[in-house]
Design a protein around this ligand. Structure first.
Ligand SMILES: Nc1nc2c(ncn2[C@@H]2O[C@H](COP(=O)(O)OP(=O)(O)OP(=O)(O)O)[C@@H](O)[C@H]2O)c(=O)[nH]1
Ligand SMILES: [Mg+2]
Length: 537
C-alpha cells in the first residue's frame, strides 16, 4: 500500500513538475501561470490532483491553448488586462463608472486627434535645467521616438535651439524665437508643436499657441496622449484621468484668462454666488475626488490580492526599467507566458501584471511587469501611477533591466534609480537590486565590466539561466527561505502539506516503504507550522 502510494507520488511529481499549464481558480486574476500541461490536474480523476495545491490558486482571464477553467466567467484571449470581469473585481468598480470618468471631460485634443508635428528641443547650456549625461541630439531622438509612438502622428520638421532663458514665457530669447517662428511658418502642413520640456506653464503654453496659431504640447501632455491610446485596464484609465487633472486646471486658467480679456470669466454667474472659474474649479475638484475614490477601491483589491499572494508565500520579483528596455520580453522569456506582448513602442505596458515562473530549484516566483520610466516627467504623472507601483514596494526583489545597446543607457539608469528612490522603496530592496544588461545580442562579444551585473538577451535567451540562478539566491536571502531535507511519513498528509506550503525539490526513498526523504525550500514560518502541525522535532 505504502510503496504503491509512494510510487504514484514520485511519478506524479516527476511528470507533473514541469508539465502543467495555468489552472484557473479562485483568487488572483492578475497572475498568469504557464508551462505545457499534458494532463490537466483539474480533471476529476487526475492522478495529479494533489499537485493542484502546488500549482493552483491562480487564475487569469487571458488564456491560450488548452486550459481548465473553473470559475472564470468570461475570458478574452489576447486582451492584456490584469483586471478582469471576475467576481472579485466586480465588487470594487463597474466598467461604466470607469468609462464615464475616462471619457468625459478629458482635456480637449488629448487622445483623439492626429497631428503633423514640429519638434523644438530647447538646448539649455547651463543652470538648473541643463541635462547632464546626454546630448541635445539624443534628447531630440527620444522626442522623435515619443511622437512616432503615436499612430498617425508624424514629424514634419525639428530643430534644436539653444536658450539661456528656459524659464521665460517664450523659452527663447528674442532672436531665436523669431527664427523659430519663421521656420514653423515655413513648414507646410504643421498642425502642432512639441516643445521638448518637462512641463510648460499655462501662461507659456498660451503665449506660444497664440504666437504660432497651433496646438503646443510638452512632454507631460504628449505622454498623456500615448497613455490614453494604450490604456486598457480600469486602473490605467483611472490613473490617466487623474494625471490629466493638472492639465485641465491649466487649460481652465488659460480659458478664463482669455474670457477675462473679453471681460467675462471672473464675473459672477447670476444667483450662484460663484464665478465661472470657481464653478469649473469646483467641478474639477469633484471629478478628482471621484477618480481618487475609484482608485482607492481598486487599491483595496490590489491590497487583498497582495495579501493572498503573501499568504501563499510566493516570492515577488518586480521587473523595472526605462521604457522599451525589454521588461515584458524578459518576463515572457522567464515564464513562457504567451499572453505577454512585447512591442517596439514606448509605454507599451501601462499596467502592473503578475506572471508566475519557476526558478532552477523549482521554486515558484511571481514576476511583476511594470510601467516603464522616462526622463523629465513631472512628479504628478508618476504619482498618479503610485497605486500600481505600490506593488513594487512590497516585492522581495527588484530586477532593473537596462537596454545596454541604447546610446543613452547611462542617463536612463540614473533616471530609473532616481525615480526608484522617490518611490520610497525600502532601503533593503534598493540595496539588493539585480542589474541586468539586456539586448547583448546587438553588441558582439559584450561582457559586463561589473561581475555583479547579469548580461542577457531576453529575445534570444542568452544568460537567462544565470539570471534565474541569481534571482533564486537573492530571493532565498531576502525571504529567509531555506533548503531542508525532511523525512516524511507517507501515511500522513505531510507530503501533501509540503507541496502546498513549500517548494518540494526532490523526493527520495526513505528507510522503509512508508517514508520518503524530501528536499524542500521552506520559509521559517512555514517550517514552524509544519513542525507544530505534525509534531516533528
Ligand atoms: N535585439 C533585442 N531586442 C529586444 C530584446 N529584448 C527586448 N527587445 C525588443 O525591445 C522592444 C521593447 O521590448 P518590451 O519588452 O516591450 O520592452 P518594455 O521594457 O516592456 O517596454 P515598455 O512596456 O514600453 O516600457 C521590443 O521590440 C523587443 O522585441 C533583446 O534582448 N534583444
Ligand atoms: Mg512592457
Amino acid at each position: 500500500m505504502c510503496s504503491k502510494y509512494s510510487l504514484v507520488v514520485k511519478r506524479a511529481f516527476s511528470m507533473g513538475r514541469f508539465a502543467w499549464r495555468r489552472c484557473s481558480s479562485r483568487s488572483d486574476p492578475s497572475i498568469r501561470m504557464t508551462s505545457v500541461h499534458t494532463l490537466c490536474p483539474c480533471a476529476p480523476h487526475s492522478p495529479y490532483k494533489h499537485l493542484q495545491s502546488l500549482q493552483g490558486d491562480f487564475s487569469s482571464r487571458t488564456f491560450s491553448g488548452s486550459v481548465c477553467k473553473q470559475k472564470s466567467k468570461s475570458h478574452h484571449p489576447g486582451h492584456d488586462d490584469d483586471g478582469g470581469d471576475d467576481e472579485v473585481e466586480e465588487d470594487f468598480i463597474k466598467d461604466e463608472e470607469v468609462e464615464e470618468l475616462f471619457q468625459q471631460h478629458r482635456p480637449a485634443g488629448i487622445g483623439e486627434e492626429d497631428h503633423r508635428v514640429f519638434i523644438v528641443h530647447p538646448d539649455v547650456k547651463w543652470g538648473q535645467k541643463k541635462q547632464y549625461l546626454t546630448t541635445a541630439e539624443l534628447q531630440m531622438a527620444e522626442a522623435v521616438g515619443l511622437v512616432s509612438t503615436l499612430q498617425n502622428w508624424s514629424v514634419v520638421d525639428k530643430i534644436i535651439l539653444s536658450t539661456k532663458t528656459p524659464e521665460k514665457k517664450r523659452i527663447f530669447g528674442k532672436g531665436n524665437f523669431q527664427l523659430l517662428t519663421e521656420k514653423i511658418r515655413r513648414s507646410a502642413g504643421v498642425s502642432a508643436v512639441f516643445m521638448n520640456v518637462e512641463r510648460l506653464s499655462p501662461v507659456s503654453e498660451r503665449e506660444l499657441q497664440e504666437a504660432w496659431g497651433l496646438k503646443v504640447f510638452d512632454r507631460y501632455s504628449l505622454v498623456l496622449h500615448i497613455f490614453r491610446r494604450n490604456a486598457r485596464t480600469k486602473e490605467a484609465k483611472l490613473q490617466i484621468s487623474l494625471a490629466e487633472i493638472p492639465l485641465l486646471r491649466s487649460r481652465l486658467r488659460n480659458e478664463v484668462a482669455n474670457l477675462d480679456q473679453q471681460g467675462g470669466g471672473s464675473r459672477y454667474i447670476m444667483g450662484s454666488g460663484e464665478t465661472l472659474y470657481e464653478v469649473q474649479q469646483r467641478l474639477l475638484k469633484e471629478r478628482e475626488l471621484k477618480i481618487r475614490s475609484a482608485l482607492e477601491r481598486l487599491r483595496k483589491k490590489r491590497h487583498m490580492l497582495r495579501s493572498q499572494r503573501k499568504h501563499k508565500d510566493f516570492p515577488i520579483v518586480s521587473v523595472m526599467g526605462y521604457t522599451n528596455c525589454g521588461k515584458t520580453t524578459l518576463i515572457k522569456a522567464l515564464t513562457g507566458d504567451i499572453a505577454l506582448q512585447p512591442k517596439d513602442q514606448l509605454f507599451a505596458t501601462l499596467d502592473v501584471t503578475v506572471h508566475a515562473g519557476q526558478l532552477p530549484g523549482h521554486m515558484t516566483v511571481l514576476y511583476v511587469d511594470t510601467i516603464g520610466f522616462l526622463s523629465q516627467l513631472p512628479h504628478q504623472l508618476i504619482d498618479s501611477f503610485s497605486a500600481t507601483l505600490e506593488d513594487v514596494t512590497h516585492s522581495d526583489l527588484i530586477v532593473h533591466v537596462r537596454d545596454i545597446n541604447h546610446p543613452e543607457t547611462v542617463n536612463q539608469k540614473v533616471n530609473v534609480l532616481n525615480i526608484l528612490k522617490n518611490l520610497q522603496i525600502p532601503e533593503k530592496l534598493l540595496s539588493s537590486i539585480i542589474e541586468v544588461h539586456n539586448k547583448i545580442d546587438l553588441m558582439e562579444g559584450y561582457e559586463s565590466p561589473d561581475p555583479e551585473v547579469v548580461a542577457i538577451s531576453a529575445l534570444n535567451g542568452l544568460g537567462l539561466d544565470q539570471l534565474k540562478q541569481r534571482v533564486e539566491e537573492s530571493v532565498m536571502k531576502s525571504t529567509g527561505k531555506q533548503t531542508r531535507i525532511l523525512k516524511v511519513d507517507l501515511k500522513s498528509p505531510q507530503l501533501g502539506w509540503l507541496y502546498k506550503e513549500a517548494t518540494v525539490q526532490e523526493v527520495h526513498d526513505g528507510d522503509d516503504d512508508c517514508t520518503a526523504n524530501i528536499k524542500v525550500v521552506i520559509s521559517a514560518a512555514a517550517y514552524g507550522r509544519y513542525r507544530k502541525l505534525f509534531q516533528v522535532m
